[in-house]
Design a binder for this molecule. Sequence first.
Ligand code: PLP
Length: 406
Amino acid sequence: MYDVTLIRNDFPILSREVNGKPLTYLDSGASAQKPQVVIDAITQAYAQEYSNVHRGLHYLSNLATEKYEGVRSTIARFLGVRDEDEIVFTSGTTEAINMVAYGWAMPRFEAGDEIILSVMEHHANIVPWHFLRERQGVVLKWVDVDVNGDLDPQAVLNAITPKTKLIAVTHMSNVLGTVVDIAAITAGAEEQGVAVLVDGSQAAVHMPLDLDTLGADFYAVTGHKLYGPSGSGAVHIRKDRMAEMQPFIGGGDMIREVHKDSVIYNDPPMKFEAGTPGIVQQIGLGVALDYMMAHGMDAIAAHERDLCGYARTRLDGLNWLTVQGNSKTKGAIFSFTLDGAAHAHDISTVLDKKGVAVRAGQHCAGPLMDHLGLAATCRASFAMYNTRDEVDVLIDALELCHELFS
Ligand code: PLP
């Protein structure tokens, strides 16, 4: 039985006040709050179990290594991946996509080769591909979303030409909340020999995943949105793609032997993990994923579906507010603008005075903002700990904005 009151008690920050009001945290799409078990695990790791990993033969190093490496199988289980050696630890999605861009795409792509992107990508899934455009003459091809904010998988597949090497696409938009039909894209892409990279930063938080059947070549997630520490994350890379990939960062840990005129790399996935990693961050992420799985991803998704249905009804009742994105597959993200002159930053400042935390701005999605013809939006994003009462608090605060700015 999913009990959101009990879940809220697990997150100490949710009981604090902001500006003299109870905190209504609706910015989990930017970064989620952490349950006490994660905070305790971080403290325990530093207080009792800390050492560098992989290198030492002493007790603490072995203990830290065991805990840290154990997270690989937790992430694999969470993502629905059978082979944990297909999981590469990263500091988050940004590093993951750069790793694929530098390690897999750059050595393989030539001038004129094409990468297909959707217009609703986060900058983390745009800028690394611009590097290839600038440095190697790779062509970026953009696929628009329709008026509802949906991305038609067939439109993505129709953009493929003999020059297409990669489709890089989000699983869930961080602005519109649209959930993309990745399976339809991977099925069509594989037939034509085109690789697919999926930015799972938002999707992984809200739905059960089975990456072994989803069929993407690369799938990136970021720990701080998954109720884990910042600086944690992972990318799932299919074995055949891993074999094609060069290391992105060189240094200790990713090598087996180094000589004056040669190096022998470690076996994957460690071949792609150089230097002292985010040891405690990944340990914290493992605990966060266990916490989510204990509650059940289906149960979390069902709770959020109910909450989002309620939020949608309440927001639709405000005829001076426009919600961006009407996809039938819209998840727990609502970006909106107020009709009239009020800027998103002013709205978020008023909401903040009421203890309501939302995000305002471009949301690192410049091409989508251009497509929508908007300079900025406010974004309320929901998580496993939010409630209908908090939706009501948001609506009351928005009504105050309307009074102030109309
Ligand atoms: N992709 C999406 C869809 C995001 O929402 C974010 C974070 O906001 C990122 C990528 C970047 O994640 P990180 O900064 O954790 O690497």
